[in-house]
Unconditional design. Structure first.
Length: 184
């Protein structure tokens, strides 16, 4: 009789666990689906200008340090500062983050007045996303996908639009005064 009670208890616990697991899985899918869309994939050439939490996903990070080439990484930017850097498999980001698709692209720190900044947790998020590896060909520095300046993502199309509207060079627009990009 005792083993029969234990069997019913075990079945009841497993049933409750299965219901909770199913409920959690449905809620997780809804949360992920409700997050912001990918702001840049490179496929459609949309003009994008986004602030807020950004996740650059599946990118090759070039940190400008010794042994500083890290493929398949995610970089999370919150409030203009890098808050996480790590391999895609082990670096998560909130569903609320705007996603920048880094596949086949290279993320580097921009050069500031004090020299190249670093891509590391706690650093300011001034970075450039390139379509080609600049370590293989310096001309790839001209193959920009976009930039991130103090947490503001701008696709190359948006950078070109602002350069034309404001009559500035790329360097003046993104590397200029500490006030940064002129707001419209």
């Amino acid at each position: 009789m005792r083993s029969l009670s234990l069997g019913k208890l075990t079945v009841s616990i497993l049933l409750v666990a299965a219901i909770l697991l199913g409920w959690w899985a449905v809620g997780t899918r809804r949360t992920r689906a409700a997050g912001p869309p990918t702001v840049y994939s490179g496929a459609d050439g949309r003009v994008e200008d986004v602030t807020g939490m950004l996740a650059i996903v599946d990118v090759t990070v070039i940190t400008m340090a010794r042994n500083g080439v890290h493929p398949r990484h995610t970089v999370l930017v919150v409030d203009g500062e890098i808050s996480a850097v790590g391999p895609v498999r082990s670096t998560s980001f909130p569903a609320a983050a705007h996603r920048v698709d880094g596949r086949g692209r290279y993320l580097l720190p921009l050069r500031g007045a004090e020299g190249f900044r670093r891509i590391a947790v706690g650093q300011r998020s001034d970075m450039i996303l390139l379509d080609g590896n600049p370590l293989e060909d310096v001309a790839n520095f001209e193959r920009r996908s976009g930039v991130i300046i103090r947490g503001r993502w701008m696709s190359e199309a948006r950078v070109q639009q602002l350069m034309q509207e404001q009559g500035l060079s790329f360097e003046e627009l993104v590397l200029g005064e500490e006030e940064g990009v002129q707001e419209e």
